[in-house]
Design a protein around this ligand. Structure first.
Ligand SMILES: Cc1cc2nc3c(=O)[nH]c(=O)nc-3n(C[C@H](O)[C@H](O)[C@H](O)COP(=O)(O)OP(=O)(O)OC[C@H]3O[C@@H](n4cnc5c(N)ncnc54)[C@H](O)[C@@H]3O)c2cc1C
Length: 430
């Protein structure tokens, strides 16, 4: 590593897809930027996700941004001259019953408003797209222009591009706090020293509320654990990412499949759960349907400090990489469902299992926002289980917000103050 940078214009906290893409867009504009990561690039959610990059099924408020995101993903490999595993294979949700079909029709109303290429598929068309014979599902919702990328490759490739453009990427470098004077950001204190700057973007994933809380800007954010498996190489049946009852599958570059299922998440009861319980009640009833658990995290978070100074060791240094244990029972069920739904995949074998902590907001849409009373402090987080696909737009929109004071899409639904200004939170997740 070159010399520790004591001065820059913007510090970005967190080298997941949101932080790397933000640093990339800033560096592209010629803005001096330092990206600080407490662990390793994409160590948390951004390397652990399914890799779906989709417009399909989105909250309508996110659609203008996800259109921008897809546009960037499509050009990214050429632009940064690196492999991120991009493939435009589409997204398919298979309907198991009439309720699913009705929901898909309802969502298509939003797709039409934005002229998306999403459409319903007949049972025969679902069979054809998935190489099935005689499965005759009820039908499906299909968006051919959606895509996928390899989570393990994307953020690391973007971080390298940041460095090529003159930005600095510091790993193993937790940001402890932000310094300010007269209500304006003046710098950050990291575990390795202080960096003077004019703006800070907190893209700290599951840690964003804790970090911002120390500055007086906590917001409702909880974590749910989701487990994933990848198989050994198996026949290519479709390039489309498919959500089927009990098993969602995505073809991988290595010839295997990444598999999991929606609604397989576990929500650990932690002290913040009591603090934010009322705000999250509607979200707990959506298709995410996390099962409730009490585990060691309760006591860990109970004793975790909520306030600290820049000269103290922080929770960010104490947990370099959030690496939860996968739920093997759930994953065995996923594999069994995949075998039943797609017998044409043959004898599927598990190559690896893992889990990730998804951070959610009560209305399941992100925060892309500045904050009151601290000029130069911005937050990009709360992606609620679908921020990998949105990562490219996050970078663009945050770079515009920081540098121009506004972004090309309306960011008002994503303002932080929606949690405190008396607004009724709207939840569109199913
Ligand atoms: C199992 C699973 C499946 C998913 N599937 C999909 C999918 O198919 N499609 C999709 O769009 N999304 C999906 N998601 C969601 C997606 O992965 C996340 O929304 C996205 O990766 C969030 O990116 P991020 O950069 O905000 O956060 P993260 O990737 O979590 O990165 C935050 C980073 O900040 C660092 N950090 C925190 N605090 C500090 C500090 N104080 N100083 C320095 N560094 C700090 C952390 O170490 C971490 O590396 C899935 C998530 C999971 C877990």
């Amino acid at each position: 590593m070159s010399e520790f940078p004591t001065k820059t214009e913007v510090v970005v906290i967190g080298a997941g897809i949101a932080g790397t893409m933000t640093a990339y867009q800033l560096a592209k504009r010629g803005v001096p930027v330092v990206l600080c990561e407490k662990g390793r690039v994409a160590g948390e959610q951004s390397s652990r996700n399914w890799g779906w990059v989709r417009k399909q099924g989105r909250d309508p408020r996110e659609i203008p941004a996800i259109i921008e995101s897809l546009r960037i993903w499509e050009e990214l490999e050429k632009e940064i001259e690196a492999d991120v595993g991009w493939q435009k294979g589409g997204t398919l949700y298979i309907a198991k019953d009439d309720d699913d079909l009705a929901y898909f029709e309802h969502w298509l109303g939003f797709a039409r408003d934005y002229q998306l290429d999403s459409r319903m598929l007949s049972p025969d068309e679902v069979d054809e797209l998935t190489g099935s014979e005689g499965r005759k599902w009820k039908g499906g919702l299909y968006t051919p222009s959606d895509g996928r990328a390899e989570p393990a490759k994307a953020a690391p490739a973007v971080a390298k591009a940041v460095e090529r453009l003159g930005g600095t990427v510091l790993t193993g470098c937790a940001v402890r706090t932000v310094e300010s004077a007269a209500g304006k950001v003046t710098g950050v204190v990291t575990e390795k020293g202080t960096i003077a700057c004019q703006a800070v973007v907190c893209a700290a994933g599951a840690w964003s509320s804790l970090f911002s809380g120390n500055l007086g800007h906590a917001f409702p954010q909880l974590k749910v654990k989701a487990s994933v498996l990848r198989t050994k190489p198996a026949p290519l049946i479709t390039e489309t990412s498919v959500s089927s009852p009990g098993a969602s599958i995505r073809r991988r570059q290595d010839g295997g499949y990444t598999m999991a299922r929606s609604g397989n998440s576990y929500f650990e009861i932690v002290p913040d759960a009591f603090r934010y319980f009322r705000s999250f009640l509607p979200a707990l009833n959506t298709s995410m349907k996390p099962r409730l658990r009490v585990g060691g995290a309760f006591f860990e978070e109970l004793v975790r400090p909520k306030r600290w100074n820049g000269d103290q060791v922080t929770p960010f240094e104490q947990t370099r990489v959030l690496d939860p244990t996968p739920h093997q029972g759930t994953l065995r069920e996923v594999l069994a469902a995949a075998r039943t739904n797609f017998p044409q995949l043959g004898q599927l074998e598990i190559a690896e299992t893992w889990a990730g902590m998804i951070e959610v907001t009560p209305d399941a849409i992100p925060v892309w926002s500045g904050v009151d009373n601290l000029e130069g402090y911005y937050i990009a987080t709360g992606f609620s289980g679908h921020g990998f696909g949105m990562g490219a737009a996050t970078g663009l929109l945050m770079s515009e917000l920081v540098m121009d004071g506004r972004a090309r899409v309306d960011l008002s639904p994503f303002r932080l103050s929606r949690f405190t200004d008396g607004s009724k939170l709207e939840l569109n997740a199913r």
